[in-house]
Write a protein that binds this ligand. Structure first.
Ligand code: SF4
Length: 230
């Protein structure tokens, strides 16, 4: 399919010198606890069925998470939270995600990263964000026929989702709707609509401090499941 082709093309992209260096350096050095494991060390494509009605938009792969396993949110603490919640609301076949061959499958859900290579300190520059934008634009175009609801993780994911849909010709509300946990906005291409839902990012910074609880995460993902399946 077009999506398979896109996934294959993005996985060999080298357009951002700083991120190429970082993703490969981390993969070469390896964290001590993963010393015996292979590292992916490349851009991480989207995950989940191509006809999914639910889209989850994240920030970027984690250096020792998806940059190691090659599968989004797999093998890091944010992913532990996210997949556990997706499983509780019926959007994943299991609640843990350890490595790329652990049998986990997303249900009715496609997950994408805004920036596809792991950035130092989880912070891509604006130039890197813009350089990577054509990849998520191409992917959202290919998914557009099926997507009914988009969950944006964090303010970065919220802004990126609005920016990406605007770039591929969708009408997004003006002024730009404010990000918040449970925030909602409607996007339209003139005939179809997508409900955009804001969700605090399940980063350790948010989960350790209690800013994001399991039930808060379940609320937004459960709403996405309900909206996506009607
Ligand atoms: Fe390519 Fe995106 Fe990775 Fe930059 S961040 S090298 S544009 S895949």
């Amino acid at each position: 399919t077009g999506l398979d082709e896109l996934d294959a093309r993005v996985s060999v992209c080298r357009a951002c010198p700083r991120l190429v260096r970082w993703r490969e350096q981390v993969a070469h050095a390896k964290r001590a606890s993963y010393a015996d494991e292979p590292y992916w060390g490349r851009p991480v494509p989207g995950l989940g069925p191509p006809d999914a009605p639910i889209l989850v938009v994240g920030l970027a792969p984690a250096a020792n998470g998806a940059n190691r396993t090659g599968r989004l949110f797999t093998g890091d603490r944010s992913g532990d939270w996210l997949f556990a919640s997706l499983h509780r609301v019926g959007l994943a076949t299991q609640g843990t995600s350890v490595h790329a061959d652990d049998g986990l499958e997303l249900v009715d859900t496609r997950m994408v990263a805004t920036v596809r290579c792991a950035p130092p300190d989880n912070k891509p520059t604006n130039t890197e964000r813009d350089t990577c934008a054509p990849w998520i634009e191409a992917e959202l175009r290919l998914l557009a026929e099926h997507v009914r609801v988009a969950v944006a993780l964090g303010g970065f994911g919220w802004d990126a989702t609005l920016r990406t849909y605007a770039a591929i010709g969708w009408q997004v509300p003006r002024p730009k709707p404010r990000f918040g946990h449970g925030a909602e906005a409607v996007l339209t291409d003139g005939t179809r609509t997508i409900m955009l839902l804001g969700c605090f990012h399940p980063s350790q910074q948010n989960t350790f401090t209690g800013r994001l609880t399991e039930s808060m995460l379940d609320d937004v993902l459960g709403r996405a499941a309900a909206l996506g399946r009607t």
